[in-house]
Design a protein around this ligand. Structure first.
Ligand SMILES: [Zn+2]
Length: 458
């Protein structure tokens, strides 16, 4: 993304509360220009507005939510399948080098959940260093030099459109970000007015809510706005005031990421870690894993990358390669298998296919069969009909591609082990348990006559 690719509304930015209300209105009035095909843009005071942020860019298959390892603090990078980027908080220090390492050179939506230094300390540097289209916060000022520095950086960038965090839905490519209702300002403190966001991409759902504590979590549950989620950012760095049982029962996360570093608060607290384990969630911590990227698939599955893998995954476009799930990857073209690493045999089908097996699902493989999958890529220049072809493991778990199935030139298809709906790009074997053995297996693709096209042993 480059600045010239960012058409859209322009509104002067100013920091005063009165002007903010006016500017929020301006921003909403201007949004239809940027919302391609989205109707129903509401007035900002309606409490329910639909804002579109739509930029053309290459498509991908995953929503990437990356928890940058910024020590004690939060910086969560969201990248839509089409490449649009949101950054929720920016850590305590300058994270611009880290963003560049992740391949980020512009931010479509920048969110300050609340004005504490471990969330906004690095934000002014981001605003000064790269294009930012929209900036959102709770509308609540603070008295610190860090906060004043953030306001000064915003005032120097009048092209950034201010959005107040009122309930509304923002389109980020094919993902949606829903802003949840905040408690009234007079009734609570900064942590409990953290901007809370539900991020959706198909059936994949994530909840991010800054440093919200019991009061805000109780408010959200009471309003009925906490959905069942795939991913939960642990509120308040895994503090024991950052969860309630009704909240966790509503959210039922499959994976919890705790953004935490060395701190004097005892974060994450044992009670919170136990609670996340008790609801069956996989728990990942930035202080132990480094950066943590959760790659969300449209049908609700997710993959995980961590540490040094994350930058490679992000720079590659958030796809599957580079994920820790990669255990096998081989290219075996027709007639070339004899000496190809990992190659077993190949029939003379003329196909030039790459087979990759992602055998190790996050968590327990047998409880997450769609966390493991095989990717088949057509490296050839012509489309390959694969109707009637079969892919099998050594234990004769097989999948037959339906009649008429085609793998276009240069395209990939993904075959998940678990049940689900197949759509021509993604197929499901329909097994309730893991298929691919993590300790070694062989994936073999047979054509309609039963001849081996490509195989890989790992
Ligand atoms: Zn914090």
């Amino acid at each position: 993304m480059s600045p010239s690719n960012i058409p859209g509304p322009r509104a002067a930015f100013t920091a005063t509360a009165a002007m903010r209300a006016i500017l929020a209105g301006l921003a909403m009035a201007a949004l239809p220009q940027a919302s391609r095909g989205l109707d129903g843009v509401g007035r900002v005071d309606s409490g329910a507005a639909l804002a579109g942020i739509a930029l053309p860019s290459p498509t991908d298959t995953t929503l990437a939510i990356t928890f940058l390892d910024v020590g004690q603090g939060d910086a969560v990078l969201i990248r839509a399948p089409e490449g649009q980027t949101a950054l929720v908080d920016a850590g305590r220090r300058d994270i611009v080098p880290l963003l560049r390492e992740m391949g980020v050179d512009g931010i479509d939506l920048l969110v300050a959940t609340h004005p504490h230094a471990d969330h906004i300390g690095g934000m002014a540097a981001v605003i000064r260093s790269m294009p930012v289209r929209f900036y959102m916060d709770s509308g609540q000022p603070h008295t610190t030099a860090t906060y004043r520095g953030l306001l000064a950086a915003l005032e120097a960038r009048p092209e950034i459109t201010y959005l107040e965090a009122v309930p509304r839905t923002i389109s980020l490519g094919s993902a949606e970000i829903e802003v949840l209702p905040l408690l009234p300002r007079a009734t609570t403190d900064l942590n409990n007015r953290s901007v809370a966001l539900v991020v959706r991409f198909g059936s994949f759902t994530a909840l991010l809510s800054g440093d919200s504590e019991v009061q805000q979590l109780t408010h959200l549950v009471g309003r009925g706005v906490v959905p069942a989620v795939t991913l939960l950012k642990a509120p308040h760095h895994g503090s024991d005031n950052g969860f309630t049982w009704p909240f966790l029962e509503a959210a039922r996360p499959e994976v919890v990421v705790i953004s935490v570093g060395r701190n004097g608060y005892g974060h994450p607290r044992p009670a919170a870690l136990r609670a996340y384990a008790d609801v069956g969630a996989t728990v990942l911590r930035t202080d132990l894993a480094g950066h943590v990227a959760i790659l969300g698939y449209e049908h609700g599955d997710f993959g995980v990358a961590r540490g040094e893998q994350v930058a490679a995954v992000m720079r590659a476009g958030g796809g599957q390669s580079g994920s820790e799930d990669v255990v096998a990857d081989a290219v075996v073209g027709a007639g070339s298998a004899a000496g190809a690493p990992g190659g077993v045999s190949a029939a003379d089908s003329g196909a030039d296919l790459r087979l990759s097996v992602y055998a190790d699902a996050p968590g327990n493989d047998n409880r997450n069969p769609n966390g493991e999958y095989v990717v088949i890529q057509n490296l050839g220049a012509v489309a390959q009909a694969i109707g009637g072809w079969r892919l099998c493991d050594l234990a004769n778990h097989c999948f037959s591609f339906p009649a008429g199935a085609v793998l276009a030139a240069g395209a990939t298809i993904t075959l998940y082990s678990g049940p689900g709906r197949s759509d021509g790009n993604r197929y499901h074997m329909g097994y309730r348990r893991a298929v691919w053995n993590n300790n070694g297996d062989t994936a073999t693709l047979y054509d309609e006559r039963g001849a081996v096209v490509v195989a890989y042993r790992y």
